[in-house]
Design a protein. Structure first.
Length: 133
């Protein structure tokens, strides 16, 4: 093969000089490559945790949606049973108070459920971190 301009050019530079330049370049670039790889790994871990959080939130919301009709029917049934037992209609103020208390009870149930899901999520995260270590 006829020599190309590139090969002729490199043939003019001694091999030791070329090797030294390559080593110097590698030494200069390698910390930056390591830094970029570390950042990428950290970002991937962050995204994985975010995905797990979103999955847990989706499960929580799905559980709420599936239990919402059943809780409404059980509340109505419980209210109907208690109303049938008393055989007395509540006056306006008492009915309003009962409704407020029912709403508060539902809100508290919702809060407890949300906190339980958060605790479960935190436990999963701790287990994952301990598994990685």
């Amino acid at each position: 093969l006829p020599p190309t301009n590139t090969s002729q050019h490199y043939e003019l530079i001694p091999t030791t000089t070329l090797a030294a330049a390559e080593s110097s370049l590698r030494d200069e670039i390698s910390p930056y490559i390591t830094l970029l790889l570390t950042r990428a790994e950290r970002q991937l871990e962050r995204q994985a945790r975010r995905i797990e959080t979103l999955k847990a939130r989706a499960e929580l919301n799905a559980g709420r949606l599936s239990s919402a009709p059943s809780t409404a029917s059980t509340t109505t049934t419980a209210d109907g049973a208690s109303g049938g037992r008393k055989k007395k209609k509540l006056d306006g103020e008492a009915a309003l108070r009962a409704r407020v208390l029912r709403q508060r009870r539902e809100a508290l149930k919702y809060s407890v459920e949300r906190l339980e899901m958060e605790v479960a999520q935190k436990e999963r995260e701790v287990r994952m971190r301990l598994g990685e270590a």
